[in-house]
Design a protein around this ligand. Sequence first.
Ligand SMILES: [Zn+2]
Length: 212
Amino acid sequence: MPLEILTFVGGPVETNAYLVADTEKNEALVIDAPHETTAAIVAEAAARGWTIGRIVITHTHWDHVADARALREATGAPLAAHPLAVDNLANPTSFFGMLPVEVPPVETDETLADGAAVPLGGHVFTVMHLPGHDPSHIALVDENREIFLGGDVLFPGGHGRTDLPGADQAVMNASLRRLVAVLPPAARVLPGHGAPTTIGAEAPWIGMLREP
Ligand SMILES: [Zn+2]
C-alpha cells in the first residue's frame, strides 16, 4: 500500500510540516504545525479526498506548534505528543517567553511514549523518543523502516541545536547513535527544517560523535 508524503513549509524559520497519507485508504496524518500552514494542509487533504485522522507534534518548540490549535480545530483530529510535551502545549507563553509569532495553547488528546504504535490506514508507525534537542522530542518510523519523520533530531550534515533550554549534547549523541543502530542506511530522513537525507548519508559523522 503506497504512502504519499507532502511537505508544507511555514513560519519565520521555515519549519516543515508533513502530510502523510495511505492513498489506498485515503487516511492521513500531519506531522507538526508550523505558523499559518493549516489552510494549505486542510485544502490539500480535501482536494485529494484524504481524511486527517491524527496530528503528531514532534516537540514543543514554537515553530513546530504555532498552528497546533488551528489545525486541531480545523480537522477535528486528535493531537498527539510525548507526555513531556503536554504542559508546554497547554501553556506555551510561560515556556517560551517572547515569541516571534502567536502560539495559542492547545490540549493534547493522546500521549505517545517510546515504542507506541501510530496506525495510518494499512500502515503502522512506531514512536521513537529521541531527546537531546528537546526533552519531549519524538519521531515516527514506518513498519518497513524506510521513512523517518524526524523533527529536529537529524538534518543533512548536522543535528538539532543543543544550546537551548532542556537540550543536552550527550543525550543528543546517544539519540543519534540509536538511530544509526536501529534504522537501515537507506531509510529516508524527513527533517523539521530543510531537505531530506538518509541515515546512510549521515552515519559517518554520527559514528565520530563522542561517547558520553
Ligand atoms: Zn526545535
